[in-house]
Structures are given as structure tokens and as C-alpha cells.
Design a protein around this ligand. Structure first.
Ligand code: ATP
Ligand code: MN
Ligand code: MN
Length: 298
């Protein structure tokens, strides 16, 4: 084995004391993306990603042998986990919660083969007051991506009418996530209730396009407005997280005009040209939390 240095100083911007074992290990073998490549990606996006991942309960998709091997969805600590992956207890029910406080935490996740980072829409110290609402657009098989984009724009317009700001990201999979920042105040039931009513209103207005029902049957040719991401304990893939999918795609925050321009849900592969170009531009989710409103249900 090569000797391990005490500190990895990478691009200079972000530093970590975490050392990768086996940095050349391919996590996405087809795309030839290694653990080190994954850490490089997170280093590049860290300043933008940080507010969405630090001090939040996490759920992790781990693929220690790469995305073609066995994968685990993990919400609790396992033996040998780094001290940079912190543990807390859910005040309701006492379940263990995992969270990170900084880049060392994210690097420690890479070290254990985490290929997707999922988050609660609340912070550990305000666990019962969500700071975002997530509308996850899940198209039925065969629904064109432009119809999903139109759905995202419709959600934006409806939120606008309620004077609620909205941001959009690609899922890295088949859809988009429209996210509204909140000043944490309303509880989970209220936020989920709002999202459910919102999805039902869309279904009622245009039942040929939308469904607010989870079942595959209800989805036929339609888009499921997945409001269920807003329940207590539910998670959504974090902005800038990679996906355990073909192409090693990233869940990428984009501007609304980029969405209108036709950006695809899987348009951003880790280290790809589109990804590097997008990241060289302004942060489309800058001041996300600064724009948050208190949810007032009329
Ligand atoms: P897509 O655009 O393809 O729908 P997505 O990230 O929105 O991508 P969904 O299937 O809509 O994927 O959402 C899955 C959600 O379920 C994720 O937000 C994740 O946090 C949560 N989840 C719960 N259990 C699991 C699990 N075992 N594996 C993966 N995700 C899980
Ligand atoms: Mn989805
Ligand atoms: Mn979903």
C-alpha cells in the first residue's frame, strides 16, 4: 500500500483530512468514474451544495463495489463509520439520525462508497420545521420530457400566484424537482398537507396530464406530482448529488430559462462538458434560503 498523507489539499479551495482508501476504485465502471473523481466533483460543487447537506438528517445510497454491485439505502450508522459522519437521535421515536457538518463529512461519505446523498427538508436542530417544499415530478413511462418540463413550469406559475418562490433541479433520473424555500415554522403535517392539496388541484384542473395518486395505474400516460417527499422522515436526492444511474448523472440546480430551453433530467454527467459549463456559470440557487417565506395556509 502507498503511504497515506495526513492531509489532502486538492484544488486549494476545499480541504479535507479524510484520506481515500483505494481512490482509483471505479464506482461507475462503465463511465470509468473513480472514488477520487467523485471527491473531485464534490470539491467543485461544495460551496453551492453545503447549505443543502450540512446539519440535515441524511439517507445514503452506498455502492461499495460500484453501482453495478450491491447497493444499500442506509439511514443509520454501521460499524467503522468515520467520526466525520455524526449521529444524533430523532426526538420523535428515538431513531438514529446521520448528518455531516462540513466537507470532511462529505469526503467521509465518498470514502465509504456513497453514490447518492439524500436529505430531509429540515435541519437537525429544527427537525420539526421544514425549510423547503419539494414537488418531485414523476412521469409515467413514455411521457415526453417536454411534457414534464411544462409541468414544472405550471407548478412554478401556481406557486407564483401564491407569492411563493420556486427553484428547479434535474433529478439526474427521469424528472425534475421543483423546490420552494420556507422560513421554518409550519410543521410536517401542514407542509405535506399543502403539497398534497397543491398536487390535487393540479390533477383536478388537468386530469389528463397530472395525477396526485402514487399508484402506477393512476399514472397511465400522466405525471405523478409526488408530494410525498414532504412527509416527516421522507428524503429527496440532494442538489449536486450524483446518482447511481447510467452516465453518473448529477441532480443539478438550473435556472428556469435553462429548463425552458429544454435541459434534460439526465443532462449532467459527473465531470462532463455540460456539467462543467453549468458549474462555471452563476449559482442558480444562490440565496435559496434567503428567499424563504413562512407557509401560511389560507
Ligand atoms: P426520478 O426523476 O427518476 O424520479 P428521483 O430522485 O425523483 O428520480 P424517485 O423514485 O421519484 O427518484 O424518488 C425516490 C425517493 O425515495 C428518493 O427521494 C429517496 O430519497 C427515497 N427513497 C426511499 N427509500 C429509498 C430506497 N430504498 N432507495 C432509493 N431511494 C429511496
Ligand atoms: Mn422523481
Ligand atoms: Mn417520486
Amino acid at each position: 500500500e502507498m503511504p497515506k498523507s495526513a492531509k489532502n489539499t486538492r484544488s486549494g479551495e476545499v480541504e479535507t483530512t479524510v484520506t481515500l482508501s483505494n481512490p482509483d476504485k471505479l464506482l461507475w465502471p462503465q463511465e470509468k468514474i473513480s472514488k477520487r473523481d467523485l471527491l473531485d466533483h464534490y470539491e467543485l460543487v461544495w460551496s453551492r451544495m453545503k447549505p443543502f447537506v450540512v446539519e440535515r438528517p441524511l439517507a445514503l445510497v452506498r455502492a461499495p463495489d460500484g453501482v453495478e454491485g450491491q447497493r444499500f439505502f442506509q439511514k443509520h450508522a454501521s460499524p467503522g463509520m468515520s467520526e466525520h459522519i455524526l449521529r444524533s437521535k430523532d426526538p420523535e421515536g428515538g431513531e438514529e439520525i446521520l448528518y455531516i457538518e462540513g466537507f470532511d463529512g462529505l469526503a467521509a461519505l465518498v470514502q465509504i462508497g456513497v453514490v447518492e446523498v439524500h436529505i430531509w427538508g429540515a435541519k437537525v436542530d429544527r427537525i420539526d420545521a421544514p425549510d423547503q417544499i419539494v414537488f418531485d415530478l414523476d412521469p409515467d413511462e413514455g411521457v415526453d420530457a417536454d411534457r414534464v418540463r411544462d409541468a414544472a413550469l405550471d407548478i412554478r406559475a401556481r406557486l407564483d400566484e401564491l407569492a411563493l418562490p420556486s427553484f428547479v433541479k434535474t433529478s439526474g433520473g427521469k424528472g425534475y424537482h421543483v423546490v420552494t424555500p420556507l422560513k421554518p415554522k409550519a410543521g410536517w403535517d401542514e407542509v405535506k398537507g399543502f403539497a398534497h392539496d397543491f398536487a390535487r388541484a393540479m390533477e383536478q384542473a388537468e386530469p389528463d396530464r397530472f395525477t396526485a395518486t402514487l399508484s402506477k395505474k393512476a399514472r397511465k400516460g400522466r405525471i405523478f406530482i409526488d408530494y410525498l417527499r414532504n412527509g416527516r422522515g421522507s428524503t429527496t436526492v440532494a442538489p449536486y448529488s450524483t446518482r447511481a444511474k447510467k452516465g453518473a448523472t448529477v441532480a443539478m440546480p438550473v435556472r428556469w430559462d435553462e429548463l425552458e430551453g429544454g435541459v434534460a433530467p439526465n443532462a449532467f454527467p459527473l465531470g462532463g462538458k455540460t456539467t462543467l459549463t453549468r458549474l462555471a456559470e452563476d449559482d442558480p440557487w444562490a440565496d435559496f434560503f434567503g428567499k424563504g417565506k413562512v407557509l401560511n395556509r389560507k
